[in-house]
Design a protein around this ligand. Structure first.
Ligand code: GUN
Ligand code: ZN
Length: 428
């Protein structure tokens, strides 16, 4: 008989969107969650679960919050070692810090070292699923998938294609970008918990021929996600305009090559024109908000409220290492602060939902990860809501769970992560 594990604590589960009606109505609290065969088998009161599953191994978490592991839908794992690099804006930052570092990923040993370092750091911060850009080197994708596979993690990633405006040694071609992406996709997509995302970096680093080849590959594999960047900085948008004088706007540089779709993930999407917003919504494409990156690189303030109210699908991501943290808690805090600057504070329920269910929706994985409901894969984070003296003294005066969790969202880090469960197994 399969091993059963009963986790007791404050279990947070979402039953709807906290952006519709009262944000607290979308959440439920249970006293326990039963894990069996790597999946969530039951939720309920501690008494009922103990009675129904007397042979389960019990893990007692007291007042800790047990919730879905965080889902981070836009990261660059190869930028782990250059996180928090000083003083540049997007294009200079890419040229000064990012491209020299990404050059190293043709070496499989280095790629494996950073992939493992990245997965250790993110697990310590409670993130169990992510969607990562790799580098132009197939070795970088192999290393990431192999590391994730050995840990049993659900991940998405793809070879970052670039055939112009990048240094020698960090460019492929339209043809090799297509061929190598296809070979990796055919090898890895759907293997264990691994999925492949077709990954043109952004319009400035791909020729029209490469964008067309990426569009063709996506049309041949429509079940794959496609990830890229869109309208992050105003200088970048000007550059796109000069490179694609025929295009109606930035989004059109993707749209005209078959790179706009409901399984498309568009990172940043800050400075959108009306036509772009309309098309993105019509296509149900996913917009990925990367708040620590947007303040760190000085990109701008994402219109979370306007886009969600208009019906856009939005996820929340670190954008490591343009983002300044591996922590989805820190990322929620930054989203809160940007909301404040735009006059709309996000409720803790909305922040936690964005970092789990909302982000899983953008990856089309909301039926597998990102929530604690029966049948879901058992990827969980256990949060200590009093992890530091500063947080504990604020949490002690809380009147409800939302007031109890908000100090951890605003001030918490990896010290708040008591335990992480991946596919029903405790991460040691
Ligand atoms: N646009 C194109 N590439 C990148 C990247 O690596 N990081 C960020 N933040 N924006 C990009
Ligand atoms: Zn990015």
């Amino acid at each position: 008989m399969a091993q059963k594990t009963l986790l007791k604590g404050r279990v947070l589960s979402f039953n709807g969107s906290p952006f519709k009606g009262d944000p607290t109505d979308a959440a439920e609290l249970h006293e326990g969650v039963l894990i069996e065969d790597g999946h969530i088998a039951a939720l309920g009161t501690a008494h009922d679960l103990s009675k129904a599953y007397p042979d389960a191994e019990v893990k007692e978490y007291g007042t800790h919050l047990i919730m879905a592991g965080f889902v981070d839908p836009h990261v660059h794992y190869p930028q782990t070692a250059i996180i928090a690099s000083w003083g540049k804006r997007l294009i200079d930052w890419l040229n000064s810090y990012t491209f020299p570092e990404e050059m190293k990923f043709g070496d499989p040993a280095y790629a494996a070292e950073i992939a493992n370092r990245y997965l250790n750091l993110t697990a310590a911060h409670g993130t169990t699923t992510m969607c990562s850009f790799c580098t132009i080197h197939p070795e970088s994708v192999e290393a990431f998938f192999a590391a994730a596979q050995s840990r049993g993690q659900r991940v998405v990633a793809g070879k970052t294609c670039m055939d112009r405006n990048a240094p020698e040694g960090l460019r492929d071609t339209a043809q090799t970008g297509y061929d190598q992406s296809r070979a990796l996709l055919e090898k890895w997509h759907g293997v264990d918990r691994v999925s492949y995302a077709i990954t043109p970096r952004f319009s400035p680093t791909s020729t029209p021929e490469q964008l067309e080849a990426m569009g063709a590959l996506w049309a041949e594999h429509p079940d794959c996600l496609m990830q890229t960047h869109l309208s992050e900085q105003t200088d970048e948008i000007e550059w796109v305009r000069s490179l694609f004088p025929e295009a109606r706007d930035y989004l059109d540089t993707y749209e005209q090559f078959g790179l706009l779709g409901s399984k498309g993930l568009y990172g940043h999407a800050i400075h959108l024109e009306d036509r772009e917003r309309d098309r993105l919504r019509e296509m149900d494409a996913a917009l990925i908000h990367c708040p620590t990156s947007n303040t760190f690189i000085g990109s701008g303030l994402f219109d979370m409220n306007g886009l969600i109210q208009a019906g856009h699908k939005v996820g929340l991501a670190t954008d490591t290492g343009g983002g300044s943290s591996f922590s989805m808690l820190r990322t929620m805090a930054a989203a809160y602060e940007i909301g404040q600057l735009r006059g709309r504070p996000l409720h803790p329920s909305q922040l936690l939902w964005l970092g789990t269910v909302g982000s899983a929706r953008t990856l089309r994985m909301e039926d597998r990860v990102g929530n604690v409901t029966v049948g879901m894969e058992a990827d969980l984070v256990v949060l200590n809501l009093a992890s530091t003296p500063a947080i504990a003294q604020r949490e002690a005066g809380a009147d409800d769970v939302w007031e109890a969790v908000f100090p951890t969202i605003m001030m918490g880090d990896d010290r708040a992560v008591a335990d992480v469960w991946i596919a029903g197994r405790l991460r040691e």
